[in-house]
Design a protein around this ligand. Structure first.
Ligand code: DAK
Length: 263
């Protein structure tokens, strides 16, 4: 028997940026269990490596990801779905401490869009097609799609997308605020890498503290502003114990470029 050993995820370190590429072209990068296992492993590698300061998550020109693998879910009961370890792997992306950018080309549907929504920033090729078509196969988003779209878009727009399962163009997604930028198809990955390198060049402690504070402001655990603002302030104060804060402010005063060391 010949085993298929082709990786479903390709992980490359490109300077300070970890590039994670979904690689199941035969299924439009449908998020199978093996793929999600490999994705989790790549995210763990990025988290553990202090040289990696930002992550770009991408697919192919044709598909970022066309959703969870329908063939894996099709016969499962709700009890079996509940026992599925899939969910923790999704949390890994949404709670990842370093900056994450989804570079979307082609289809980002269902779980594919949810994966992109779990990232911090989204950049899309002008050919990108987004949507939550789960309703069209009798279910609903299960990995954050309803929550994140509701937060991003408000009730009416979110429900329109979720109830119709319609496909949304990159331009429409930009207007709605689902994605940050639309770029030409041929350069979507270059643009994402460029953006990631810019963020990776920022002082990493401040980058991560800002992310932590923004996530806390949006978290159900911190629904009221005073708590979120308190955390923000604490994180802000903490940074004053860092060498990077000293270097950053000193460099400003001395009118030179700061040299940040992540300490
Ligand atoms: N799953 C499995 N295979 C898929 C797939 C998917 N989501 N999407 C595409 N493929 C496969 C097709 O079956 C086909 O395989 P072969 O027939 O060649 O073997 C191949 O990819 C090419 O697809 P098409 O022939 O359909 O290509 P077209 O260009 O004609 O159409 C399409 C492209 C993207 C419009 C179409 O493939 C499509 O509608 N795909 C399904 C999109 C969809 O419904 N996505 C939502 C799936 S449900 C959870 C976590 C996540 C989720 C839920 C819970 N928990 C942690 C609790 C997520 C759920 C979902 O995403």
């Amino acid at each position: 028997m010949i085993l298929d050993t082709k990786p479903s995820v390709i992980f490359e370190k490109k300077g300070a940026v970890g590039l994670i590429t979904l690689n199941r072209p035969e299924a439009l990068n449908a998020l199978s269990h093996p793929l999600m296992d490999e994705l989790e492993k790549a995210m763990d590698d990025c988290a553990a490596d202090s040289a990696v300061r930002a992550v770009v998550l991408s697919g192919s020109q044709k598909a970022f990801a066309a959703g969870a693998d329908i063939s894996e879910m099709e016969g499962l009961s709700s009890k079996e779905m509940r026992l599925d370890p899939h969910l923790s792997r999704w949390d890994k992306v949404s709670t990842f401490p370093k900056p994450t950018i989804a570079a979307i080309s082609g289809y980002a549907l269902g779980g594919g869009l949810e994966l992109a929504l779990a990232c911090d920033l989204r950049i899309a090729s002008e050919t990108a097609v987004l949507g939550q078509p789960e309703i069209l196969i009798g279910v609903m988003p299960g990995a954050g799609g309803t929550v994140r779209l509701a937060r991003l878009l408000g009730r009416a727009k979110a429900l329109e997308i979720l109830w119709t399962g319609k496909k949304i163009s990159a331009r429409e997604a930009l207007e709605l605020g689902i994605i940050n930028r639309v770029v030409p198809a041929e350069s979507f990955l270059d643009e994402a890498m460029k953006w990631a390198r810019e963020i990776a060049a920022m002082p990493p402690l401040a980058v991560m503290a800002i992310k932590k504070s923004v996530l806390s402001a949006l978290s159900p655990d911190y629904p009221d502003h005073p708590k979120a603002l308190k955390l923000e302030r604490e994180l802000f104060y903490d940074l004053f114990d860092s060498e990077d804060q000293k270097e950053g402010m000193k460099a400003f005063i001395e009118k030179r470029k700061p040299k940040f060391r992540g300490k």
